[in-house]
Design a binder for this molecule. Sequence first.
Ligand code: IPE
Ligand code: IPE
Ligand code: MG
Length: 231
Amino acid sequence: MKASKLPQHIAIIMDGNGRWATVKGQVRTAGHKAGLEVARKMAVYLAQKGVPYITFFGFSTENWRRPSEEINTLNTLMLEALDAYDQEFSRHNIRFKHLGELDRLPKNTQEKIRQVIADTKDKSGAMVSVAFNYGGRQEIVAAVKKLVQDGLKDSDINEAVLAQRLYTCGLPDVDLLIRTGGEKRLSNFMLWQSAYTELYFSPLFWPDFSEEEIQKILNDYSTRERRFGGI
Ligand code: IPE
Ligand code: IPE
Ligand code: MG
């Protein structure tokens, strides 16, 4: 099957913020600030193009190993961004979703995330998900725990019942996964959901990512033969 249609679910690993800032002689967190603005622009651009599910990887469970100063600033920037984008998401008919473990995040970030989810819950346009404190392996372990808590027997367990217990419950598998910043790895992102995903690695640092670059990637995607296993 030719992937002539738009991908239904695009997931983006937004990497390269720190290097972008360092090259410019700025502090790493300046890169995170610029990166959040690019995420806002991309969310609106892709939503307007008609991509129904757009997911951004913003903070991994492994990123807690970074210096606390960077983590704190990142949290503050995320909070400010959510505050600023709440109205804009609503204006563009975007529903907001969070993927990951909310509990370990600072209380004010948790509250803001819950508020944006509530404010946009009736929107019928694109679903924009932000994976913030997300880890793919942790997600699968948490889903297995839920299966046990729900009292399922081994004969009840299949791919569908497990998928219903992932953070991504209700979202389709990822059709196109993009990683910016030049690294070619998944870094614990969407391990279950990317079983048959088309991968694209962009050399651009995330703050340099643009509408031209995403259009190039969408054109490339449309030329690919999509396969889902079998012959
Ligand atoms: C991605 O950019 C954003 C986060 C992981 C929070 P990085 O901060 O990893 O930037 P590089 O990869 O060091 O340039
Ligand atoms: C992946 O980037 C995580 C996010 C973009 C949020 P990292 O910079 O943390 O990944 P590694 O360390 O290069 O694998
Ligand atoms: Mg990185």
